[in-house]
Design a protein around this ligand. Structure first.
Ligand code: SAM
Ligand code: SF4
Length: 356
């Protein structure tokens, strides 16, 4: 059945729905919050390190990282996932920092592949190291890749990432396609006053290569606090540009209304997506949980609180210790972020440290 995504005009609309006055999370059943949202999507950061320095994510110098000794091991990640699967999680995305910096990542993919119940396993990467590892990742069982690419212009790539690695990213895309990855998605962060010249070339590049671009509105998750509302290139701005170039775009009814991207189809059937977290907040549909590389469970990218799961995970009976923790993190989820309000407070951790 096709669904339409419910997009709240504002978060205050959600808040008016109120949390139900029930103090404790249910002890069984689906992972539900007080707004009735059932959670089935878990994003796992495998490292907070990165090999480039996108200005909307990391500081140019002096980034703070968790000590390597604090990172969850692959066994611990797999143990956590096996318990989360029992509670209704069925979609896993590995991310970071840059996940390909984590040594031996294909081994984690294989370990996760042995668990039953994962409907969808995906990886988000900047692709700088992908040429080397694409085949190993594919052979380990990975089939879904999101590759971060904001521009095809070498100078702008350098401005955005503070590194000269565009050629390596493009080689990574080539190797991933040669290894067998199909329907690769390109993630492009859209910044007003900077990436307008990239919108059409990226769409052409993706269409020629049988990939799909998803433009992501710039969110206030950057370490240097450079974000402001007037730096957000909105989905509407980009749809207008694309319509002028390619003709009308038709909205695609959501096959999964909880997926963050809103998709449109061009006249020839090719697609483009928008993750319009700022101009069209989709918190009402949110079904996501996040596990940081140092073992903190978060119920929202913008959450101000997080819950350490390491002690429970390392206990005698991790399933018994973790289940109430996971249920309670979900239960405490707020209605949604309030990015465009003056009362908005950015989370302490920037994007690279949370896991995007
Ligand atoms: N390093 C990998 C990468 O860049 O794809 C994975 C982690 S990165 C934090 C995940 C995604 O977050 C990136 O694809 C990028 O598009 C997005 N991102 C990072 N900072 C952002 C911001 N301030 N606003 C919107 N999207 C952002
Ligand atoms: Fe690294 Fe990804 Fe952040 Fe860019 S967005 S600095 S590639 S973690």
């Amino acid at each position: 059945m096709l669904h339409h995504k419910v997009v709240a005009a504002s978060v205050s609309e959600l808040v008016q729905l109120g949390p139900q006055p029930v103090p404790y999370a249910p002890a069984s059943g689906p992972l539900i919050d007080t707004f009735g949202r059932t959670h089935s999507d878990l994003r796992i950061s495998v490292t907070d390190r990165c090999n480039i320095r996108c200005f909307y994510c990391m500081p140019e110098a002096g980034a703070e990282f968790a000590p390597v000794s604090e990172l969850l091991s692959f066994d611990e990640i797999t143990r956590f996932v096996s318990i989360a699967l029992l509670l209704g999680i069925d979609k896993i995305r590995l991310t970071g920092g840059e996940p390909l910096l984590r040594p031996n990542l294909p081994a984690l993919i294989s370990e996760l592949g042995e668990l039953s119940g994962i409907r969808d396993l995906a990886l988000t990467t900047n692709a700088v190291l992908l040429a080397k590892s694409a085949q190993d990742l594919f052979d380990a069982g990975l089939r879904r890749l999101n590759i971060h690419l904001d521009t095809l212009d070498r100078e702008r790539f350098r401005t955005i990432t503070r590194r000269d690695d565009l050629a390596r990213v493009l080689a990574g895309i080539d190797r991933a396609q040669a290894a067998g990855f199909k329907r690769i998605k390109l993630n492009a962060v859209a910044i007003k006053g900077l990436t307008e010249p990239d919108v059409i070339p990226l769409v052409r590049f993706a269409r020629d290569r049988n990939m799909e671009v998803r433009f992501i509105e710039f969110m206030p998750l950057d370490a240097q606090h450079l974000w402001s509302l007037d730096r957000v290139l909105t989905a509407d701005n980009m749809i207008a540009m694309l319509t002028r170039e390619f003709g009308p775009l038709t909205p695609v009814p959501d096959s999964d209304p909880r997926a963050p991207a809103t998709e449109y189809r061009f006249g020839d059937g090719q697609r483009v997506g928008f993750i319009a977290s700022v101009s069209r907040p989709f918190c009402l549909n949110c079904n996501r949980l996040r596990l940081t590389s140092d073992g903190k469970l978060r119920n929202c990218l913008f959450a101000r609180d997080e819950t350490d799961i390491k002690v429970a995970l390392r206990s005698q009976d991790p399933a018994a210790a973790l289940e109430p923790l996971i249920r309670s993190v979900v239960w405490q989820k707020w209605a949604g972020h309030e990015i465009s309000r003056s009362s908005f407070v950015a989370p302490q951790r920037p994007m690279y440290s949370i896991g995007g």
